[in-house]
Design a protein around this ligand. Structure first.
Ligand code: FAD
Ligand code: NAI
Length: 467
């Protein structure tokens, strides 16, 4: 039987990064992936294809809505939807084959097949070829990810009632789409189709969208997406969805308890994701998942079984690619005897709508709950020279700082390039900067980043220069 120092199950951003780091640290490493391509949810049916479609649809939207303001006239604009989907496929392929190359480069042995535990150091692989093999590992890392959460009363037929996976590969451009869930997936994929002309109706259970983020961001995003044609139905409880050949009818009760009916070509169910451990044989090694389906781990991300670790979406915490990757590096380094560290408070969250939304650190809601005294400083993008030049004037930056010490506690951005700008917030929080520290640092002009400096000035005795 082939023996390895480290076996990784699952090749998503958690698993493949763990394998590379383990190999870098000199460990004989194997990775097992059940699908024919590497990269997991993120590269195949998540982060990458959704961003490819977001970028394509944004080009179209800008050409139709705002390019004339720049003195450019474009005639006969058409969407070639199958070409858009084809390009998305090529982007995915370039990324997934990049991971295969990285496995070879780092001398990691790849197995294609379904892994299941035989015992605490032996993994059986039902190979894609139809054969079975078993391998042994000193340490085993479970990185099997997650799958969409289903509503118990609602049958996902994958034709009319769909998950994000089908929404990334629709056969034709829809004219209308109902989205159940006003979270990240619903608003990102809703944006793709709204920009391409579909009527998008969001049905959300709570009284706000993107509920995990600072409340101000959700309010502002809702206002802007409404301008882009989104229809929002908050505080609505979905009760049924019935599909026929060419449409779906969704019923939901509003906050007064009145039944509302919605009809569209497709219904995207995006109400969260659930850890995936099916067929892994956890019961054979005595690991029990918790109520949320997560594998319990300690501070070293070790499960209740010594030598078996778990990372990424399959454990607690944000279901984000960069969180999974940080944990991949962390576990490989723990296994190699190092003392790594992850500050979970500083995992940034991003929504790739337009404008983008990004946040790191505490939200105001969280600080109010803990009773910590804080102050805020905000700066609107419309007051920035860079924003006026590009025309991207929506949104603002909000800095939350400790009322007494001025330490930056949270950075919350909605606006152009927020996804990239948030990195400055992460650095500020990691090094425990004060708002005044950031306010006194030179930010290149004209840039969107100046809004962060100005918001820090606003948080420091209300002394923003341009507002
Ligand atoms: P996964 O990426 O889910 O990988 C797990 C892998 O394990 C899969 O390939 C699976 O086939 C394999 N596997 C499972 N069981 C077995 C088994 N028994 N044997 C062998 N292999 C097995 N996050 C971001 O940070 N940014 C984004 O922009 C973003 N966009 C997203 C968009 C969408 C539409 C979706 C659905 C998700 C998005 N995410 C995003 C979330 C991100 O994809 C996940 O957080 C991330 O992929 C989790 O990584 P992971 O390694 O834990 O698991
Ligand atoms: P989500 O947790 O972001 O949003 C789900 C939404 O559905 C919430 O607003 C919730 O209140 C609502 N909801 C729950 N039950 C409902 C019901 N019965 N009826 C109506 N609304 C209901 O989950 P989502 O969008 O499915 O995404 C799953 C995960 O994927 C997220 O945890 C996210 O971290 C990750 N992801 C990350 C992205 C990014 O980083 N840009 C992009 C897409 C996904």
């Amino acid at each position: 039987m082939e023996k390895y120092e480290v076996i990784v199950i699952g090749s998503g951003p958690g698993g493949y990064v763990a394998a590379i780091r383990a190999a870098q640290l000199g460990k004989k490493t194997a990775i097992i992936e059940k699908y024919s391509t590497m990269g997991g949810t993120c590269l195949n049916v998540g982060c990458i294809p959704s961003k490819a479609l977001l970028d394509s649809s944004e080009h179209y939207y800008n050409v139709t809505k705002s390019i004339s303001e720049h003195g450019i006239t474009v005639k006969d604009i058409k969407v070639d939807f199958s070409k858009m989907i084809e390009r998305k496929g090529e982007v995915v392929k370039a990324n997934t084959s990049g991971i295969e190359y990285l496995m070879k480069k780092n001398k990691i042995t790849s197995y294609q097949g379904v892994a299941s535990f035989e015992n605490t150091n032996t993994v059986n692989i039902a190979l894609a070829t139809g054969e079975n093999t078993s391998i042994q590992g000193d340490k085993i890392i479970i990185a099997t990810g997650s799958k969409p959460t289903q509503l118990p009363f609602l049958q996902i037929d994958k034709k009319r009632i769909i998950t994000s996976t089908e929404a990334l590969s629709l056969p034709t451009l829809p004219k209308s789409l109902i989205v159940i869930g006003g979270g990240v997936i619903g608003l990102e994929l809703g944006s793709v189709y709204a920009r391409l002309g579909a009527e998008v109706t969001v049905i959300e259970y709570l009284d706000r969208i993107i509920p995990g983020m600072d409340d101000d961001l959700g309010k502002e995003l809702q206002r802007i997406l409404k301008k882009q044609g989104f229809k929002f139905n908050l505080q609505h409880k979905v009760t049924s969805a019935i599909a026929d050949d060419d449409k779906v009818v969704v019923k939901a009760s509003n906050k007064k308890g009145e039944e509302q009916s919605f009809e569209a070509e497709y219904c995207l169910v995006a109400v969260g994701r659930r850890p995936y451990t099916e067929g892994l044989g956890l019961e054979k090694i005595g690991i029990t998942t918790n109520q949320a389906g997560q594998i319990p781990v300690d501070e070293y991300l070790e499960t209740t079984v010594k030598g078996i670790y778990a990372i990424g979406d399959v454990i607690q915490g944000a279901m984000l690619a960069h969180k999974a990757s940080e944990e991949g590096v962390f576990v490989a380094e723990v296994i190699a005897g190092q003392k790594p560290h992850i500050n979970y408070r500083l995992i940034p969250g991003v929504v790739y709508t337009w404008p983008e939304v990004a946040g790191v650190g505490y939200t105001e809601r969280e600080l109010k709950e803990t009773g910590r005294e804080y102050k805020t400083g905000s700066f609107p993008f419309r007051a920035l020279g860079r924003s006026r030049a590009s025309g991207d004037i929506d949104g603002s930056v909000k800095i939350i700082a400790d009322k007494v010490t001025d330490e930056v506690l949270g950075v919350h951005i909605i606006g152009a390039r927020a996804a990239d700008l948030i990195a400055e917030g992460v650095v500020a929080l990691e090094y425990r900067a004060s708002a005044e520290d950031i306010a006194r640092m030179s930010h290149a002009h004209p840039t969107y980043a100046e809004a962060i400096k100005e918001a820090c000035l606003a948080a420091t005795d209300n002394r923003a220069i341009h507002n």
